[in-house]
Ligand binder design. Structure first.
Ligand code: IPM
Ligand code: MG
Length: 361
């Protein structure tokens, strides 16, 4: 039995966000009761919902709540309503990026694990993905996402640029996270870059190797160019244990890797830094199915599992939640995104999936 009080800043966001957050809420209530832990929730506005209410995608109040919480749980943000290419208009994504930067969340951990009963839901052959268990470590507060950018009009006409900028210190700290994680797993790190073209990648490679040689010689280190990595992920994904890469490459490769698990609706993530951590599904706000109650809440619930384990040290509660999710899948229950062949599974909606998990806690 673990005990304690944990303050969680909940950010439901946009689209399917509130629907899947409701399931996280249910599950936490059930786990709290069973394990004698008290979860105190403080809700905040973020993304499009925050723009509508306050004009800003990251209101000060939300940032303060996030800073004083023990962990931040985020569902999803964004949607066509706020889509704009206007450089001065607020975008929901700025809320998420601002939060990552302000909380110093430089390490994004995205575990990619195949649930055996879902092997058929992937577009890849079941034998190619069976047994895949990898961790993508994505640098989250540097690179193209935060580099110098602008639109300018000059003698060449209207143009725009984004800069991929990394300091040695930023690369060192994310490399350490990757090597530390590898030590808890199979001790193999693939460092993904584009060192044949980009200067930022050449520094990346140099620094990752120095950190490796000086501190982590017991871990196997393999360099891989990003285009090759994208191909290898679908050719032979089992070769990967930990994959570490810069912000933009990690964004793209983690969406690709999610399909190994059958659905983007299964991929959880933890963003870690020096202070409170943030947990969120890797998927977006799915505006096309928002409001229908059919979204897959499992990536959200797997993010709760990561939070219990990583930020709260509630290992037993996390194990029980993971087992409950596996059990529900074993019994054939699926949301529409992972339904598989008609007649082989029982298709349930968002709330039913949450209830099924809660029943097994
Ligand atoms: C992700 C998302 C975000 C990102 C968007 C919503 C800004 O795609 O977390 O992968 O690009 O980092
Ligand atoms: Mg992404």
């Amino acid at each position: 039995m673990s005990e304690g009080t944990f303050r969680i800043c909940m950010l439901p966001g946009d689209g399917i966000g509130p629907e899947i957050m409701a399931e996280a809420d249910k599950v936490l209530a059930a786990l709290g009761a069973r394990f004698g832990a008290t979860f105190v929730f403080e809700e905040g506005l973020l993304g499009g919902a925050a723009i509508d209410e306050t004009g800003s995608p990251l209101p000060d109040e939300t940032l303060e709540r996030a800073k004083r919480a023990d962990a931040v749980l985020l569902a999803a943000i964004g949607g066509p309503k706020w889509d704009t290419t206007h450089p001065d208009k607020p975008r929901p994504e700025q809320g998420l990026l601002g939060l990552r930067k302000e909380l110093g969340l430089y390490a994004n951990l995205r575990p990619v694990r195949v649930f055996e009963p879902l092997a058929e839901a992937s577009s890849l052959k079941p034998e190619a993905i069976a047994g895949v268990d990898m961790l993508i470590v994505r640098e989250l507060t540097g690179g193209l996402y935060f580099g110098d950018r602008a639109r300018v009009r000059d003698e060449r006409g209207l143009r725009a640029y984004d800069t991929c900028d990394y300091t040695e210190a930023e690369i060192e700290r994310i490399a350490r996270v990757a090597f530390e994680e590898a030590r808890k797993r199979s001790r193999r790190v693939h460092s993904v870059d584009k060192a044949n073209v980009l200067e930022s990648s050449r520094l990346w490679r140099e620094v990752v190797h120095r950190v490796h040689d000086e501190e982590y010689a017991d871990v196997e280190l393999v360099d891989m160019l990003v285009d090759n990595a994208a191909m290898q992920l679908v050719r032979f994904p089992k070769q990967f244990d930990v994959m570490v890469t810069e912000n933009m490459f990690g964004d793209i490769l983690s969406d690709e890797a999610s399909m190994l698990t059958g659905s983007l609706g299964m991929l959880a993530s933890a963003s870690l830094g020096d202070g409170a951590a943030l947990y969120e599904p890797s998927h977006g706000s799915a505006p096309d199915i928002a409001g229908q109650g059919i979204a897959n809440p499992l990536a959200m619930l797997l993010s709760v599992e990561l939070m219990l384990r990583t930020s709260f040290g509630l290992t037993e509660a996390a194990d029980v939640l993971a087992a409950a999710i596996a059990e529900v899948l074993d019994e054939g229950y699926r949301t529409a995104d992972i339904a598989g062949e008609p007649g082989t599974t029982v298709v349930v909606n968002t709330a039913e999936m949450g209830d099924l998990v809660v029943e097994r806690l």
